[in-house]
Design a protein around this ligand. Structure first.
Ligand code: AMP
Ligand code: MG
Length: 337
C-alpha cells in the first residue's frame, strides 16, 4: 500500500508518498520565508501553505509517478505546532480522505521526527536527542511511550539559533548560516553555560550572546554553538549513563549541524554507544516523517474518523501512547535518494 503524508506544523509545507516497506517515492517541500531579521508570523506562514499546498501535493504525486487513486491512506501532522499552519494540512488531509474514501491518521510531529530517524538510521532502541525549532528533548522508549530524560527549561535549541541569527539580521531559519560562519572561526568567548540535572536552559545564553556579539560575527556564532552544543552533549551523556542505552540517535532540524554531531559522536565513543544522525535531508520538517509514522500506526489501527481528526497545538510527545512495537519494528530502509 502507498501512503501520503502531509506536514505543515510551522514554516514548511511538505507532502510525501511512501510504500509500506519504508521506500520514499517522493518528498516535496515549500518553505515560507519571513523577511530577514524576522521570525515566523503564523498567519503569513499559513497563507503560504494555503497558496502553495495544492502545487506541492501535485508535484509530490507526479514525482512518485502515482495518482490519488493509488494512495491507500493519508496522514497529517496534528501537532504540536502553530495553529493556523496545522489547520491547513489537516483540512487538506481530511478533504482527501473524505473524497477518496481512504483512512486518515493524525500524527504527532515529534514522533514523526523519531520514526523517520529510526527508519533511515536502522537503530532499534536508541536514546533520542530531538533538537528542532519546536523541541529540545532527550528521550528513551519504555512501555508504549517516549519518556523524557531531559529537556529545555525555556526556549529550544532551534529557537536559540534562530533568535540569535535574527539579532544579527540573518534570514530565519538561521542554523545553517550560523554553522557556516562558525566554521570560519577558531576563537571562543565565554558565555553562560546552564545545565540543571538533565535539563538545559538557553534564554540567559541567548541574551548574553546577543549582548556580546561584536563585529566578529564568526566568533559570536562559534561561541554560541560551542556553548549550547556542549550543554546538550553533557545532558545526553548523563542520560546515556542513566539509561545504559547502547545507541544514540540525533533527529530534528538542528541535528543537521556537523559540529553538534561531532560533539555527540565523541561523547558516545566514551560510553561505547553507537551514534547515528538522521540524514540531513530528513532532519528538518518533511512529509516523509508524517507519512511513515502514519504507516506504522496503520499496522495496528484503522485510522481516525474525519470528524475526530483535529489539531492540537500543544500535543506533548510523552502523552502519546505508541501502539505499534516502536523500538522493535524494523523494516529495511530503501530510499530512492
Ligand atoms: P525543524 O523544526 O525540525 O524543521 O528544524 C528547524 C530548525 O533547525 C531551525 O531552528 C533551523 O535553524 C535549524 N537548523 C537547520 N539546519 C541547521 C544546521 N545546519 N545547524 C543548526 N541548526 C540548523
Ligand atoms: Mg519539527
Amino acid at each position: 500500500m502507498l501512503g501520503l503524508g502531509i506536514e505543515s506544523t510551522a514554516h514548511t509545507f511538505s507532502c510525501s508518498v511512501m510504500d509500506g516497506r519504508g521506500r520514499i517515492l517522493s518528498d516535496v517541500r515549500s518553505a515560507y520565508r519571513p523577511p530577514d531579521g524576522e521570525g515566523i508570523h503564523p498567519r503569513e506562514a499559513s497563507r503560504h501553505h494555503v497558496e502553495r499546498g495544492p502545487a506541492v501535493l501535485d508535484e509530490c504525486l507526479r514525482e512518485a509517478g502515482v495518482g490519488m487513486s493509488d494512495i491507500g491512506m493519508v496522514s497529517y501532522a496534528a501537532g504540536p505546532g502553530l495553529g493556523p499552519c496545522l489547520r491547513v494540512g489537516a483540512v487538506m488531509a481530511r478533504a482527501l480522505a473524505s473524497y477518496h474514501g481512504i483512512p486518515l491518521y493524525p500524527v504527532n510531529h515529534a514522533v514523526g521526527h523519531i520514526e523517520i530517524g529510526r527508519l533511515l538510521t536502522g537503530l532499534r532502541d536508541p536514546l533520542v536527542l530531538l533538537v528542532s525549532g519546536g523541541h529540545t528533548m532527550i528521550l528513551a522508549f519504555l512501555e508504549k511511550r517516549w519518556r523524557v530524560f531531559g529537556e529545555t527549561l525555556d526556549i529550544t535549541l532551534g529557537q536559540l539559533l534562530d533568535q540569535f541569527g535574527r539579532s544579527l539580521g540573518f534570514a530565519s531559519p538561521c542554523g545553517r548560516e550560523i554553522e557556516r560562519l562558525a566554521a570560519s572561526s577558531s576563537g571562543c568567548m565565554q558565555l553562560p553555560y546552564v545545565v540543571k540535572g538533565n535539563d538545559v536552559s538557553f534564554s540567559g545564553l541567548l541574551s548574553a550572546a546577543v549582548r556580546a556579539a561584536g563585529p566578529d560575527r564568526a566568533l559570536a556564532c562559534r561561541s554560541l554553538q560551542e556553548t549550547a552544543f556542549a550543554m546538550v552533549s553533557e545532558a545526553v551523556e548523563r542520560a546515556l549513563s542513566l539509561t545504559g542505552k547502547r545507541e544514540v540517535m540525533a533527529v530534528g532540524g538542528v541535528a543537521a549541524n556537523k559540529r553538534l554531531a561531532g560533539m555527540l559522536g565523541a561523547a558516545c565513543r566514551l560510553h561505547g554507544a553507537r551514534f547515528r544522525v538522521v540524514p540531513p535531508r530528513y532532519a528538518g520538517d518533511c512529509g516523509s516523517q508524517i507519512c511513515w509514522t502514519g504507516m506504522l500506526e496503520s499496522d495496528i489501527g484503522g485510522g481516525t474518523p474525519v470528524r475526530d481528526a483535529l489539531v492540537r497545538q500543544s500535543w506533548r510527545l510523552d502523552t502519546v501512547t505508541i501502539g505499534y512495537q516502536a523500538p522493535l519494528a524494523s523494516r529495511r530502509p530503501r530510499s530512492r535518494r
